[in-house]
Structure formats: C-alpha cells, structure tokens
Design a protein around this ligand. Structure first.
Ligand code: LCS
Length: 395
C-alpha cells in the first residue's frame, strides 16, 4: 500500500488500492460483469452509496479501481476514472463540462480527433469552440467569452511539441471561473503533474507512456475536486465508456515500469535530438530538451524532463520524409507513441489527416513534419537506423 511519502518509482509498484481477499501479490483480473450481493439490504446499500461494495463492472471493478487509484496517487489527485480509450476520456470531459450554448477554448495543435470530435459531434449539440496557439497566453485570454466553460490543453502538444504555460493559463481560467483540463499524455505523471499548477482535470491516453507496451488502448481522468469527480464519473458510467478489467490489469502492469522506461527513452531522445539537429539533411527540429525549442525555459520549469517525443522536418519536405519512413529498419512505421519500441509517423497524412490542410497549417503542422517516438532500444542502434535511412535521401 502506498503512503504519501513514497517516491514515484515506489508508488508505481506499491500504490493503488485493491486488496484481494486471497492475498495475491498482484491485483488479479476480476473478469466479471456483475457482483453478488450478500442479501437484498446489502444490494440496496450498494446502490444508495451506504456501502462501497461493487455492483456492476461498468460502474466499478476492483482491478480497474487499483489502476484508478495508482494513477490518481501519481498525479497527486483525489481520484481517477479509467476509460476505454484516451478518446473516451476526452469525450467524457466534453460531455460533463459543456452544455448547449457553452464555449471551449483549446490549443490548435491538440491530437487530431480531440479537435475532430468537437467539430463533428459536439458542435451539433450547440457547443462552440475556438482553437488558438495557447503557447501565447494572450491568445487564450483573447479567446475567452462570457460562455467559456472549459480550457482544454495539451502540453507538449501532439505533434508540434508546443509548450503551454500551465500556471499562467490556470490562473487566468480561475479568474474567469473556467475549468482547465490538461492532456498529459506526452509527459505522463512522471514528467509533469498539471494539478500542481492548478488544472482541474488531468487526462491521459494510457495507450502511450503509462502502459508503454503498445498492447493496450486505454484512458484516464484524474481530478482533485470531489464534486467534479462525481460529475465525470456519472457521465462515464451512463455513457458506457468504461474500461475492461483485462485492459486494466495490463495497464496496471505497464505502470510499474513507467519511470525506468521513460528515464531510458528520454536519455536516448536527448542524444538523438542533438544528433538530428546537426544532421545536414535535417531542416528543423522541435524537442523540449534542445535550447532551440521556442519554450525551452518554460519546459524546464514545468516538466521534470524533456520527454521522449521528437518532431522534425527534412530538407526536401514530405518527399524526403517518405524516403526516411520507407527506409528505417529498427523504427516501426506506425501511429501511436510512448511504447518501448521506437515509432515513426507522418501526422499530415496519418494522425492529423482529418483536420485538413487549413487547420493543420494554422496549427503549425507542416506537411514535412515527421514525428518520432523514442523507445528503449540501444540508442546507438536507433541512431544507426536513422543515419542509414537519412543517407538514402538524395542531395
Ligand atoms: N491524447 C493524445 C495526446 C493522443 O496522442 C491520443 C492518441 C489521444 C489523446 C487519444 O487516445 P486513444 O483513444 O488513442 O487512447 N494519439 C495517437 C497518436 O498520436 N497516434 O495514434 C494515436
């Protein structure tokens, strides 16, 4: 059982909170849809809230609770809500906090579908949204309207690596009575804890660094506010975006190595970024650990480390990028990120293709942008792989 005093790498292992009556050291998979009541009164007490007994897996399950509690501990929040995917977490936040006629301000370079679902679904219910370059607080300030209820951020943003000043935005939002949700997927709680800066909700695609093994799709919400927690929980339970116990078990196992995985990948990412920055075929690079990153100092202030994600462009634009992606041998050409294996992808034709050219341009997602998620392989092997693939680009 975790205590307040435990460090991160102890909490990932000993945190959480499920207790198995048979004493298993690892929280088992409670692969059941429903739970037996001792008698009619117990059933009634579970439903009324007098008893915290389990009822039905969409509402709660011990394997899932263990995961929710450990992530809440790691983020420094009151409690967590596990979701079927990162997108289920995003839509739960939108549905819980925004009603007809309300307005949301968001960063223009968030994960494509986080914006896409607002434009294509929530807008049909009379919800308005404005997307700005939130790396400049003035843009956020100017976008606030009397009906703004939510500021939705991603920092560093996917895939531009733009860093938003969490403390400044949260202060601004509080002054206007607006809730702030921060997608912390690119950092994980190991590198950034948005609740400490005043965010109301932290959101994760646990598909990425938290699970870390490219074998689970999952999401999580954490808040410090009990009332907000109930509001989010009610929407999730009623809309059915809950996690499955087997998914929770796998994600909980991934959590245990989060710190050491990120330490190793991050060390390589810095070396790779420094190497890429000097490479004659690389036109530009965005990595929070390089002094050339536009928000380098801010990143150092609010992140414990620069992370494992690199975005870069090649001289020769998209054509050169295609040659690179078609010639890497160790790096896998695939979307997603944050796993133990190094991944390479092209946002304009893949993760952010549905945004269309105008919205991508506005968000700074150029056609030549290549996104690189550094894994835990030998750093020399990753550099060797990139080097041989870059050599295939003419010129
Ligand atoms: N938030 C961020 C920052 C993401 O990168 C993703 C997925 C999501 C939310 C949604 O999470 P999911 O439902 O997939 O668990 N990002 C992806 C990406 O960049 N490539 O493929 C998926």
């Amino acid at each position: 059982m975790a205590t307040e005093k435990m460090g991160f790498n102890s909490t990932v292992i000993h945190g959480g909170g499920a207790s198995d009556p048979l004493g298993s050291a690892v929280t088992p998979i409670y692969q059941t849809s429903t739970f037996i009541f001792e008698n009619a009164d117990h059933g009634a007490a579970c439903f009324s809230g007098e008893s915290d007994g389990y009822i039905y897996t969409r509402i709660g399950n011990p394997t899932i609770r263990d995961l929710e509690k450990v992530i809440a501990q790691l983020e420094g929040g009151y409690d967590g809500i596990a979701t079927a995917s990162g997108m289920a977490a995003v839509t739960t936040v939108y549905a819980a906090l925004l009603s007809q006629g309300d307005h949301m301000v968001s960063h223009n370079a968030v994960y494509g579908p986080s914006r896409g679902v607002m434009d294509s679904v929530f807008s049909r219910f009379g919800i308005q949204s404005t997307y700005v370059d939130a790396t400049d607080i003035n843009h956020v300030k100017d976008a606030i309207r009397p009906n703004t209820k939510l500021i939705y951020l991603e920092t560093p943003a996917n895939p531009t690596m733009g860093i938003t000043d969490l403390e400044a935005v949260c202060k601004l939002a509080k002054a206007h009575g607006i809730k702030v949700c921060v997608d912390n997927t690119f950092c994980s709680p190991y590198l950034q804890r948005p609740l400490e800066y005043g965010a109301d909700i932290v959101l994760h695609s646990m598909t990425k660094f938290i699970n870390g093994h490219a074998d689970v799709v999952a999401g999580m919400l954490v808040t410090s506010d009990k009332e907000l927690y109930q509001q989010l929980r009610t929407v999730l339970v009623n809309m059915g975006g809950n996690m499955d116990p087997h998914q929770a078990y796998l994600a909980r196992r991934g959590v245990k190595t989060m710190g050491i995985r990120i330490d190793r990948a991050q060390e390589s990412a810095l070396r790779i970024a420094e190497w890429l920055e000097k490479h004659p075929k690389v036109e530009w690079i965005l990595y929070p650990g390089l002094p050339s990153h536009p928000q380098y100092e801010l990143g150092k202030k609010q992140m414990k480390g620069p992370g494992c994600m690199i975005s870069f462009g090649l001289k020769g634009g998209l054509d050169a990028g295609k040659i690179l992606m078609n010639n890497v041998k160790l790096a896998i050409l695939a979307v997603s990120l944050g796993g133990i294996e190094t991944l390479i992808q092209h946002p304009a034709s893949m993760t952010h293709s549905k945004l269309g050219p105008a919205k991508r341009a506005e968000a700074g997602i150029s056609d030549g942008l290549v996104r690189f998620s550094v894994g835990i392989e030998e750093c020399e092997d990753i550099i060797h792989d990139l080097s041989q693939a870059l050599d295939k680009i003419p010129g």
